[in-house]
Design a binder for this molecule. Structure first.
Ligand code: PMP
Length: 406
């Protein structure tokens, strides 16, 4: 790939070339969802204009083409995460459904009274609630791994929580609320040492740095396409093949069976056993196109650019009177959460929006960590490689102006 050049890359994203509320758009809400390059939009148009049809069954040319593109995307996403076998990629609607799949399939079949599921105190609700739904009726517990005041996972406390009743450790790779990067390799090794399985929520990781599931050694890894420049409503669950094979289906319907009769039904192999119904074909293809696009970039250069931007933003934040950073872990990526004295995050968000600066405010689907910090929420600035220094300057200029209202 050619060396990373932010101005060139920005031209791949049509949505960035517009004015919002009379100002050129500054899009700093990438942790909520990323923008889509033209290549992804075109892949969706090509599918619907040229070969829309159902996959896997029909005996006609369009269906064969769709099936090919659909399964090629599985290879693309599998290579992106460095899986050992393409069947280890199960299509889901995103991280939320990936975690629900594991909780309802593996969890319901394996958790018993007294068993423990550990998640971190800074998890997204989607890595808390599915476990509660499944564990509580079985008499199993869902417990938080402590996080300190900087937003760093307390590894000593984690090790102290581990015993043979811990059956699953499910943690985020990167916190969407604070940007903290968790030491997942260490977490996985420690969990395995007591016989627990591990699930890593990669929603906020894969758009920022390369991930290799075999090197990590995790049992499950969950991703959403829309956080990596692909479509919404599509994602993947990586699961170790032997583990996926041992798990029961969690949703029934077409596509997931081998034979159906009233005397008893048999299920298809992995991954189809977990993909009931007509899948989200267009968006699977769009997901593949997003990964192809990412692979075409100088990713190391993009990562350096993003790291520089975060350092620059935090340096400016530290120099701003009355601004308090929330989440100051040593290892961070992509996210700067903060509060400004005398202002409410929601009001600040609205005043920034009036100046064309898009951020997110609130609890970021991570209420427990906000409660721990004793705050209702934050203003969150979240970056992608197409952001610029000028975006950060515009943010701080808009913040200055907003504060004049208070
Ligand atoms: N986990 C994290 C860390 C997230 O940031 C998000 C999305 N905000 C999710 C899970 C849920 O992802 P999705 O809504 O795509 O299922």
């Amino acid at each position: 790939p050619v060396p990373f050049d932010v101005e060139r890359v920005r031209r791949d994203f049509p949505i960035l070339q517009q004015e919002v509320n009379g100002h050129p758009l500054v899009y700093l809400d990438n942790a909520a969802t990323t923008q889509k390059p033209r290549a992804v939009i075109q892949a969706l148009v090509d599918y619907y204009e040229g070969y829309n049809s159902n996959v896997h069954r029909a005996a006609h040319a369009l269906s064969e083409r769709a099936t090919q593109a659909f399964e090629d995307a599985r290879d693309t996403v599998g290579r992106f995460l460095n899986v050992a076998d393409r069947r280890e990629i199960v299509w889901t609607s995103g991280v939320t459904e990936s975690i629900n799949l594991v909780a309802w399939s593996w969890g319901r079949a394996n958790l018993k009274a007294g068993d423990r599921v550990l998640v971190s105190a800074m998890e997204h609700h989607s890595n808390i609630v599915p476990w509660q739904l499944v564990a509580e009726p079985l008499g199993a517990t869902v417990e938080p791994i402590p996080v300190d005041e900087t937003g760093t996972l307390d590894m000593e406390a984690f090790r102290a929580l581990l015993d043979e009743r811990v059956r699953m450790v499910s943690v985020g790779h990167v916190s969407n609320a604070l940007g903290s990067i968790n030491p997942v390799e260490e977490i996985i090794a420690a969990a395995h040492a007591v016989g627990a399985l591990t699930l890593i929520d990669g929603a906020q990781a894969v758009g920022h740095f390369p991930v290799d599931v075999q090197a990590l050694g995790c049992d499950f890894y969950a991703v959403s396409a829309h956080k990596v420049f692909g479509p919404t409503g599509i994602g993947a669950l990586y699961g170790r093949l032997a583990l996926l094979e041992s798990m029961p289906p969690w949703q029934g319907g077409g596509e997931m069976i081998e034979t159906v009769s009233f005397a008893g039904t048999t299920y298809g192999g992995v991954p189809h056993k977990f993909e009931a119904g007509t899948p989200n074909i267009a968006d699977v293809i769009g997901f593949g196109a997003a990964i192809d696009y990412l692979n075409s970039l100088d990713r190391a250069g993009a990562q350096r650019h993003e790291d520089d931007l975060l350092a620059y933003a935090e340096e400016r934040a530290r120099a701003t009177e009355g601004l308090r950073l929330v989440g100051t872990a040593q290892a961070k990526t992509g996210v700067m959460s903060f509060l400004v004295d005398g202002t409410h995050p929601a009001d600040l968000g609205t005043l920034l929006d009036h100046q064309g600066v898009a951020v997110r405010t609130g609890h970021h689907c991570a209420q427990p960590i906000m409660d721990q910090f004793g705050i209702p929420g934050t203003v969150r600035v979240s970056l992608a490689f197409y952001n610029t220094r000028e975006d950060i300057d515009r943010l701080f200029a808009a913040l200055d102006k907003a504060r004049q209202f208070f």
